[in-house]
Design a protein around this ligand. Structure first.
Ligand code: PLP
Length: 407
């Protein structure tokens, strides 16, 4: 008899975004012809920067000629891309990351979801609340948790991000081995200072723990004092792995390209306390289960670092950040306190009722879709997330309609 992995049955049945889709479809059915503006799901709306498109086209042409054709590439990514990443994303910020510490992949979702494979079954894990669900669900699937009760899985430590702590969770009282952190944060839009990250790095060093640092939104940081990478913190290279993505940075959500940084010094331990380098383990894992990102996509990603690519990517980010500031200003003006949306594309808005009720209210009265905070964890109750990934026209329209509905 073929048996299933029963840990899958512990996953909460309704994925947040399918429940949103169900309610939106229901509304659309009852209100035919009424236009809906979506400020919910975090997909980008602007096309790839022209520099990436030109490089993409050239690389497709390379595939058409015997002389320039490429078959299987290196599983860890082509050197031309890894060298640019190391130079522009890290060394230029004083973080000593070398090209061979970078693993190019087809998404930060896969990497943040797969990385837990490297760790023992009884690893003590801390996740933020509210949280990007992939960190939690991938550990549930691997059997590292008990059942879900009241929105939380037994066996996980939840790091509460609340108004009181400015949405930056403190160090937990209980000892944990693996900590997931995400800054700029999805969904709260919170950013962490160097001092705040340094506290986590110290904790990990003292407890031989590991930080999985998701920096998928670092390109939205405009405040010069904020760290873009955890490797801007001394000693982080021994205790942190960093995930990055071109998805939101340069519009690659459909094109797929990301990378994970594993410094050569970064370790985990055997049951007997012997250190093992994670770089070796992930290399072994990737060469077994992954066959690299396509050549044209890596060439398109390389173009992000060209002079015009950097300018175009900055403009792309500025466009969404302007949307974010419009949302923040308008919603706070209407009496709803906002967090995030300054160095991040998400605005975390405190509501005057529970988050699904506010979601229903905005949908029914304004035809606007947001994301209910409760879908990201119990600490998200009483909040909604609005995304800046939309056209200016749609953002302005949505805000006008919301103001009208609340009048
Ligand atoms: N990490 C966070 C925090 C995200 O919000 C997302 C996407 O929404 C991802 C990772 C996934 O990125 P990718 O498109 O590279 O898989």
């Amino acid at each position: 008899m073929i048996r299933i992995n029963e840990h899958y049955l512990k996953l909460t049945a309704s994925y947040l975004f399918s429940e949103i889709a169900r309610r939106v479809a229901d509304y659309a059915g009852k209100n035919p012809g009424k236009e809906i503006v979506r400020l919910g799901i975090g997909d980008v709306t602007l096309p790839l920067p022209p520099a990436c498109i030109a490089a993409f086209h050239r690389a497709v042409d390379d595939m058409a000629s015997v002389k320039t054709f490429r078959g299987y590439g290196p599983e860890q990514g082509y050197d031309f891309l890894r060298e640019k990443i190391a130079e522009f994303d890290f060394r230029s910020r004083g973080a000593a990351v070398s090209p061979d510490e970078i693993f190019v992949s087809d998404g930060a979702k896969c990497d943040t979801g797969n990385f837990q494979e490297l760790f023992a079954h009884d690893t003590a894990i801390a996740v933020p609340d509210p949280v990007y669900p992939v960190y939690v669900d991938s550990n549930v699937m691997a059997g590292r948790t008990g059942e879900n009760r009241g929105g939380r899985y037994a066996g996980l430590v939840y790091l509460e991000s609340t108004e009181e702590n400015g949405f930056i969770p403190g160090i937990p009282r209980e000892r944990v081995d693996l900590v997931y952190l995400c800054f700029p944060n999805n969904p709260t839009g919170a950013t962490a200072t160097k001092d705040e990250l340094a506290r986590w790095v110290d904790y990990a060093r003292e407890n031989r723990a590991l930080i999985l640092f998701d920096a998928a939104y670092e390109s939205f940081i405009r405040d010069g004092a904020l760290p873009h990478s955890i490797y801007e913190i001394d000693g982080a290279d021994e205790v942190a792995v960093e995930f990055r993505s071109f998805s939101k940075t340069a519009g690659f959500t459909g094109t797929r390209c990301a990378f994970t940084v594993i410094p050569k010094k970064c370790r985990a331990y055997t049951g007997g306390g012997e250190p093992v380098f994670l770089h070796q383990l992930w290399l072994r894992r990737q060469t077994t289960k992954f066959n690299g990102v396509s050549y044209p996509v890596q060439r398109a990603a390389e173009a992000v670092y060209s002079e015009e690519g950097r300018r175009q990517v900055r403009e792309l980010g500025d466009y969404y950040l302007k949307n974010a500031s419009l949302i923040r200003e308008r919603m706070s003006g209407l009496g709803y306190p906002c967090a995030g949306g300054i160095n991040a594309p998400y605005i975390w808005i405190k509501t005057d009722r529970d988050s699904w009720s506010f979601f229903d209210f905005l949908l029914e009265k304004a035809g606007v879709v947001c994301t209910p905070g409760a879908g990201f964890g119990p600490c998200g109750e009483g909040y909604i997330r609005m995304s800046a990934f939309n056209s200016r026209e749609n953002v302005e329209k949505a805000l006008e309609r919301i103001a009208g509905a609340l009048a």
